[in-house]
Design a protein around this ligand. Structure first.
Ligand code: NAP
Length: 188
């Protein structure tokens, strides 16, 4: 007999690191496949099995980027967060916990792989991956639907939800400029 799934963590993801129109469409489709479609399919399979047993939990790794407007990565993570919130409502009556983890900048391989230049980011804004995982598991155990580790990012998230959307959009646009421009956009 196969072991039941106690906890599904949809973590796989990557930074897109390119403008949309000037970038490679195939990379955008790959991002949707890994960060949306895989989350959808795996949550469906695990959610069914967990509901049948009346036990289990799902953590979908989203991002604070999903609360702002920094290109298609933000759009994808906004989907992950909203999808997770809906799923948590659907499965709550069955006693299942579902959490969207929304981290800010975290020390991992993420930025190197996406070729993002993070040299100007203040150290105070970096999260430690182990601390983040501890916070997320604690929030999940408490039944929190959205987990935002770190006081700085909790403040950012709170501000984003009260500021006019146009202001958030403008600030997001200037922050997105830390991304390295894609080769395809560079003049010959
Ligand atoms: N680091 C941050 O600042 C940050 C902030 C907010 C949210 N996040 C999110 O956190 C999650 C984990 O990223 P990370 O920071 O830990 O980055 P990472 O160190 O680059 O790890 C990415 C993980 O995703 C897996 N992955 C990437 N593409 C895949 C694919 N096509 N198929 C299967 N697995 C794939 C990688 O597997 P392999 O090693 O086998 O390639 C690796 O385990 C992602 O969803 C990311 O969007 C990260």
């Amino acid at each position: 007999m196969r072991a039941p799934i106690d906890l599904l963590v949809n973590n796989a993801g990557f930074g897109i690191g390119q403008g949309f129109v000037g970038g490679d469409l195939g990379e955008e489709e790959r991002a949707l496949a890994v960060m949306c479609r895989a989350v959808l399919v795996l949550s469906h399979a695990a959610g069914r099995a967990m509901r049948a047993r009346g036990q289990g939990g799902i953590i979908n790794v989203s991002s604070v980027a999903g609360f702002v407007q920094m290109g298609t990565y933000s759009a994808i993570k906004a989907w992950v967060t909203t999808f997770t919130e809906g799923l948590s409502t659907e499965l709550r009556a069955d006693g299942l916990r579902v959490t969207a983890l929304c981290p800010g900048f975290t020390h991992t391989d993420f930025h190197r792989r996406a070729e993002l230049d993070m040299a100007k980011l203040p150290e105070a804004l970096w999260l430690d991956a182990d601390d983040l995982v501890r916070t997320c598991l604690r929030d999940h155990a408490r039944g929190r639907v959205i987990s935002v580790p770190g006081v700085a990012y909790q403040a950012v998230t709170a501000a984003v939800h009260v500021l006019p959307r146009g202001v958030v959009r403008r600030v997001s646009g200037s922050l997105a400029s830390v991304r390295r421009p894609p080769a395809i956009d560079r003049p010959e």
